[in-house]
Write a protein that binds this ligand. Structure first.
Ligand SMILES: Cc1cc2nc3c(=O)[nH]c(=O)nc-3n(C[C@H](O)[C@H](O)[C@H](O)COP(=O)(O)O)c2cc1C
Length: 264
C-alpha cells in the first residue's frame, strides 16, 4: 500500500479518532467523581451565598455543617419529615431534586394550568435548609427551579424568619446566554432581591420580576425586582418559577406550617 493512498489516509484518520475517543471517554469516566463532588460543593456554596454566610476561601463543607441544618418537607401538607422517617433516598444529605422529580414513586404530573414554571412533574417531597445561629433558626433557604429560555434554572431563595422578606437569591445551575439571560448571575441583580417581600400583610403572593426597572417611588416596589434587559424570556421564567414555588402549589403549605408555630 503506498504511503499516500486514500485507504491509508482513512485508516490513519480512523485510528487517530479511535485513540482520541478512548482517551476522552477514559478521562470523562475517570474524572466523573471529581466533577460530581465539585458540583455538590458548588451547590453548598450557593446555599451559603443565598444565606449570606459564604466567606471567600472558607472550607465550604465545614461552613455548611456549622451553620446549616437541612430537612425534608412533605410538599402537600407542608410538614417536615422527622429524622426517623428518612430513608436511603429521602434523606436531606443526599436529596436529589432532579431524580426525585423524575421518579414516579416520589412525584406526580402537574396540571398544565398550574405548571407556570414549566417543570412538568413535581416531587412529593423537597429539601430545605435552615440557617442556624446557636439553636435559633434565622433564615430558611428553599430550592426553586423552572424553565428559562434555553434551560431549566436551579437556584435558592433565602427568607428571613418573618417568612416573607428575601435575604438572598441565587442560581447554581442554568444554561442561559452569558450577558443576556446569564445576567441572573450578576451580583448586583442578585443583591437587588434582598429586602423584597414575597407576600403582603394579608399573606397574598406579591413578588414579581417585572419587565422594566422598578420605580422605587411605587408602593409596589417592595414586591418588585428589575427584569433583565434583552432577556425577556429568562425574566419571565424567573418570575414564574419564584411565583410557582412560593405559591400554594409549592411551599405555601410549608410556609403556613412554619407560621403557625413550626419555626422554633
Ligand atoms: C444568541 C441569542 C441568545 C439569546 N439568549 C437569550 C437568553 O438567554 N434569555 C432571553 O430571555 N433571551 C435571549 N435572547 C433573546 C430572545 O431571543 C428575545 O429576543 C429576548 O428575550 C427579548 O425579547 P423581546 O424582544 O420580547 O424583549 C437571545 C437571542 C439570541 C440571538
Amino acid at each position: 500500500m503506498s504511503t499516500d493512498s486514500t485507504r491509508k489516509t482513512v485508516l490513519v484518520a480512523l485510528g487517530v479518532c479511535l485513540v482520541c475517543s478512548v482517551l476522552v471517554s477514559t478521562a470523562a469516566v475517570g474524572l466523573k467523581s471529581i466533577q460530581d463532588s465539585n458540583k455538590e460543593l458548588d451547590k453548598l456554596k450557593n446555599i451559603l451565598s443565598a444565606g449570606n454566610i459564604y466567606k471567600d476561601g472558607a472550607d465550604v463543607r465545614q461552613l455548611f455543617d456549622e451553620n446549616i441544618k437541612a430537612g425534608i418537607m412533605d410538599l402537600e401538607n407542608g410538614r417536615p419529615l422527622s429524622a426517623d422517617q428518612y430513608t436511603e433516598t429521602l434523606n436531606p444529605d443526599i436529596f436529589d431534586i432532579k431524580s426525585m422529580a423524575k421518579d414516579p414513586k416520589f412525584s406526580h404530573l402537574l396540571d398544565a394550568g398550574k405548571d407556570i414554571a414549566q417543570i412538568k412533574r413535581i416531587s412529593k417531597y423537597m429539601v430545605y435548609y435552615q440557617v442556624m445561629e446557636i439553636d435559633r433558626i434565622t433564615k430558611i433557604i428553599l430550592p426553586v427551579y423552572g424553565k428559562g429560555l434555553w434551560s431549566t434554572m436551579y437556584g435558592f431563595v433565602a427568607l428571613d424568619r418573618d417568612l416573607t422578606t428575601v435575604k438572598g437569591f441565587t442560581f447554581y445551575e442554568h444554561g442561559e446566554t452569558p450577558g443576556l439571560g446569564g445576567e441572573v448571575d450578576n451580583p448586583a441583580w442578585k443583591a437587588s432581591w434582598i429586602g423584597k417581600n414575597i407576600y403582603d400583610s394579608a399573606g397574598q403572593l406579591k413578588i414579581e420580576v417585572i419587565k422594566e426597572k422598578v420605580d422605587p417611588s411605587d408602593p409596589a416596589a417592595i414586591f418588585q425586582v428589575d427584569g433583565l434587559s434583552g432577556a425577556t424570556i429568562t425574566t419571565r421564567g424567573v418570575n414564574a418559577l419564584v411565583r410557582f414555588w412560593l405559591s400554594a402549589d409549592g411551599y405555601g403549605p410549608f410556609i403556613e406550617y412554619l407560621k403557625s408555630g413550626g419555626l422554633q
